[in-house]
Design a protein around this ligand. Sequence first.
Ligand SMILES: [Zn+2]
Ligand SMILES: [Zn+2]
Length: 628
Amino acid sequence: MGASLDEVLAIAPIEKPKDLIGIQIGKEFFDFQSKVTASGEAQLITLSSDSPEARAMYRHSYSHVLAQAVRRLFPKAKLAIGPATSDGFYYDFDVERPFTPDDLEAITEEMKKIVKEGYKFERSYVSIEEARRMLKEKDEIYKLELLEEFAERGEEISFYKDGDFVDMCKGPHVPTTNEVKNFKLLGIAGAYWRGSEKNKMLQRIYGTAFLNKEDLKEYLWQLEEAKKRDHRKLGKELDLFSINQEEVGAGLILWHPKGGLIRHLIEEHCKAQHLKGGYEFVYTPHIGRSTLWETSGHLDFYKEGMYPALELEGEQYYLKPMNCPFHCHIYKSDIRSYRDLPYRFAEWGTVYRYERSGTLHGLTRVRGMTQDDAHLFCRADQMPAEMDKVLDFSLNLLRDFGLDKFKLYLSTRPEKRVGDESKWDAAEKALQESLDRSGLEYSINEADGAFYGPKIDICINDALKREWQLSTIQFDFNLPERFNLRYIGEDGKEHQPYMLHRALLGSMERFFGVLLEHLGGNFPVWLAPVQAIILPITDKHTEYAQGLHDRLKDAGLRIILDDSSNTLNKRIRNAQKQKTPFMLIVGDEEVSNSEVTVRLRTGENLKDKSVENFLSYARERIVKREAI
Ligand SMILES: [Zn+2]
Ligand SMILES: [Zn+2]
């Protein structure tokens, strides 16, 4: 039997802060009324620290308040589960009819009352028999199912009571229902009991809560904005790509001409940078014999991620889930000398991976994708310089797309691993020192590296402050061994090179989806599929407009003329919907002065009406890859 937190605090030489809501020992969290069973150094969780633990504690407490409100309004509702999530909380109910938006409002009002009434969360420990009796009395079939599992695992059973409401729960919770006052119910969704289609569909109400009103407001703005910027929605509106699950297949992307053009421009820029950075382009097939995937170990370690085999002339072929084995063979195709290292093989390689259909999501989770992949082979003494180069290269490339809020992570050796300790030491050191030299902040994910090598992940924060992982720089001690990669050293002996995998944008699909949401579809001038649109006010201005169109087109702008019969306002609205950077409007004045009125996507007009000056304005933005 453990002690309660109050008892721990009574004997521990720590001062109890006013807003203390709980305690963390190791990986476990406890509230005031928990029996503290874990051992180790105790850390206090205060409400105002607004740590993930504190958030989880008050958000989960709100799920009790939610259930309490639902019970008051729908006495027959049966309770399932109500956890905190990374940005809110939910509770699943079994109710006679689905909840409506009106219900949500009524529930919100009831919750406000419960918050105001300020009940204490009181915990009581009960025997299994007693718990069974209590739950049976209320016919809580879902809780009974959970109870039997807890009992089987020999866990202690506790109930929390706040006012007129009692719920079986392990906690922890904040001390009272009015600790935090800023919550919002966000929606209703169907959810199968335990996530299985074989079970009954329950009604999930989800919401969120924040310590500060401003944080809640910002979060709600982000949610609204994220909906508007959803890349699947923008992809359709701007005619960039589509997915035809029924006929083409799930997770396979069709790039339309405008999306294809943007992708081409992204690739063109990146490839030019790669050539400048000393990379050499290689091309490898989409399929490879089973023997290749046996050597590489993919059939041992990655088979669930691969498409099934294709049979041909008694041999089996697999679609490639990765490009590395092919690049290893290119390395192996000749005797390599220490003088020729490093090799940097780059390929826009299209790979196919099996992802469960339920996890597929627009462009960000797909089954067919093209990586901006490269494999580096170098000597030990070249590692620090190569690391600096590749890290710098990656950050600069992301900056070119306006992504400059980085978060870096170094993942170090896991318990189960291959490769000499000395190699792990050297590689981890090279990665860490390179991160130090970059001057950027980074976190270390201890023991989180792959079994074959340590890595750096580069994440970016987008305009909505969401974190996306894009670049990975990954050492590999496994493939050089499996493919027996060697080079002849200065000593005339054979040595194994260090091998690095790196994908900087990640995959073109995912990067495009992230960029689309980050920009809200407002591609900078250098990437906009249509950079300018000419809008003659009436028919009599069309001839001049056509001439202007041809002149600017010859000058290299991606420009179109809209002389359709729609009103000028309608044509402007269309151009705005398409997020065209420049709208060039021509009427009587512009024709007689050989000028142009330039309206920017942002709604402002350029003061200068000279065509030449507009052209240099546009060119400057293109060259500098600037937004307008
Ligand atoms: Zn609870
Ligand atoms: Zn690779």
